[in-house]
Design a protein around this ligand. Sequence first.
Ligand code: RB5
Length: 147
Amino acid sequence: MNQRIVLSSDHAAIALRQAVASHIAAKGWTVVDIGPTTPESTPYPKHGEAAARLVASGDCDLGIILCGTGQGIMMAANKIKGIRCGVCMDTFSARMIRQHNNANMLALGARVVGEGLALDIVDAFLGAAFEGGRHAARVEMIAMLEA
Ligand code: RB5
């Protein structure tokens, strides 16, 4: 569990991001929360990119990014080479994007899921591991699309 988890959000998801940070820190994960902390409107692509670059570089192992829907910040993060980010609104998907897709980032929508469900989704994501095997070649095909 000694892994570094980067968190970022836009203005729409500051409270949920902070709840996620407290939740996973209490469980022993190392949290790298790159904000923002003030409520002014701020564009989600910049925060998705910043977190994604920390994961792509290896400075952080995994990332959790949040905006109103989770969709915009996920789209931005997935533009960074090496990033596999999925928006999840249920725990099954959160587990599967790790087990089958080797997702290295999770996106959440603060205007879509409540805090209780969001924290369960985070636990499902962080608690799962890539299964490899037949899934490895498929994930490699995703990487080839970046070439
Ligand atoms: C901000 O109002 C909102 O558009 C943003 O948080 C997000 O939902 C975009 O995908």
